[in-house]
Design a protein around this ligand. Structure first.
Ligand code: ZN
Length: 438
């Protein structure tokens, strides 16, 4: 259709008619039905909608948010919402009548409306603060548990469990309930060892204290950071198990987009490995420790066994690159089938020594055999749903599809405006269990 043609004007007029007559009509019906049972709040909201009816674009956004549940556009909605004078509790009630919301959406809406994390958590925790149709009731109806909301808030604000402990206590949660919650987050009832029960506040100081392992590797300490950085929409690519024959390809792609990443290495004492470690370091990436042996039954047999294996990898990295690695990743992640009995003690000892470990919150799926298409779709999709992403990938001898898809995934994410960074000691860890498990 040519601009300015008769056909063009026909379509234009038709479109205008639809906008002028049908959209307000449909919206009136929609809001009429939606708000039929609602009192002053709904009226206010509808009046506000009418007052901006000429702005069809904004109106349909509002309609989408309420009717279709396009909650990602909550910020667009906020301007209109603000004029209506409707309280957020009322809005949540209205929205919930029509559309089931998940905890993240709830949080996004409330947070977008300027409700502080503390207020949200207070509402979540204290069950009768919001009046008749309380926030808590709405959450419960949606199957949202306190823990879930707390997790979202902790993830968003970078707060530590200790900070939330105070708020939760004020809200009337008992130590037992809080400890139970923290233990559940770790996926194991006994995780956290003695911490569970008496004090849910984990010791994250990293200060050398009395430890049965203090006599081992007396030089293997690093200074623990005092504060942590947690930045929205930053992607931390992590490559486990290298160096491998794929290392140089990965480095080439990272260089192409000027991206710094983190390599959790499984180093060996040979020239080839030393060369690859130096290449990783020379490109400015973080060299972090994964394991020397990567043998689960061996390294998780005891704290001593873990330290011995870690020490070997740590030493090789230092010999090859001069780098004193400060961060690490547990083979299999911090929670796996092999470390149930020892994980608490290992985490405590490594934390005491100042080392910080990272799990991940986006799994590329490469080690699970994901194909190109699956990875190309799932990695960006998962990243979009995450406040900041620590992405698990592998630099393995087996040619996973990682190397094949990396270029295209990076291109996509760079175009979407994401920032990339390497993990360093001040990066707030992402952990399944332990001091920084949400
Ligand atoms: Zn591994």
């Amino acid at each position: 259709m040519r601009f300015g043609s008769v056909e063009f004007f026909k379509v234009l007029i038709k479109t205008a008619l639809v906008i002028i007559f049908f959209v307000p009509l449909i919206l009136a019906v929609v809001f009429g039905v939606l708000f039929a049972n609602k009192s002053a709040a709904a009226d206010k909201l509808r009046e506000s909608c009418e007052s901006v009816q000429k702005d069809n674009d904004r109106l349909s956004k509002l309609s989408d948010i309420i009717m279709v549940g396009e909650l990602g556009t909550a910020e667009d909605f906020y301007e209109i919402f603000e004029k209506s004078g409707t309280s957020y509790e009322e809005f949540i009630a209205l929205a919930n009548k029509n559309k089931k919301l998940d905890a993240q959406s709830f949080y996004n809406i409330l947070s977008g409306m300027g409700v502080s994390d503390k207020d949200i958590i207070s509402m979540a925790a204290s069950k009768n603060t919001v009046g008749a149709q309380s926030f808590y009731e709405i959450m419960s109806k949606n199957g949202i548990v306190d823990a879930e909301l707390i997790s979202i808030i902790a993830r968003k604000s970078g707060g530590e469990i200790a900070d939330y402990y105070d708020i939760l206590t004020q809200c009337g949660f008992s130590d037992e309930e809080i400890a139970d919650y923290i233990a559940k987050r770790g996926g194991a009832s006994s995780s956290g060892g003695e911490q569970t029960g008496e004090s849910p506040e984990p010791d994250v100081s990293g200060a050398p204290t009395d430890s049965p392992y203090a006599a081992l590797y007396e030089d293997m300490y690093v200074s623990a950071p005092e504060e942590y950085v947690r930045e929205k929409d930053v992607i931390y690519l992590t490559f486990d198990d290298g160096p491998s024959s794929n290392t140089y390809s990965i480095l080439t792609y990272l260089r192409k987009y000027n991206i710094k990443a983190t390599f959790f290495v499984v180093p060996t004492r040979n020239d080839e490995c030393y060369g690859a470690l130096r290449a990783i370091a020379a490109d400015g990436h973080t060299v972090a420790i994964h394991s020397a042996s990567h043998e689960y039954d061996r390294i998780y047999a005891s704290v001593e066994a873990f330290l011995e294996d870690f020490r070997e990898a740590w030493d090789i990295v230092r010999d090859a690159t001069g780098i004193t690695a400060e961060i690490f990743r547990f083979p299999g992640g911090s929670v796996n089938d092999f470390n149930e009995d020892t994980r608490g003690a290992i985490i405590e000892e490594m934390t005491r020594r100042g080392f910080r470990y990272f799990d991940w919150n986006v799994d590329s799926g490469d080690a699970g055999g994901a194909n190109w298409t699956e990875m190309y779709n799932s990695i960006p999709a998962d990243i979009r749903q995450t406040y900041r992403s620590v992405v698990l990938m592998h630099d393995a001898e087996i040619r996973y599809n990682t190397v094949l898809v990396l270029d295209d995934v990076l291109k996509l994410l760079v175009n979407e405006g994401y920032k990339f960074d390497k993990i360093n000691k001040n990066t707030r860890p992402v952990q399944f269990i332990g001091p920084f498990s949400e």
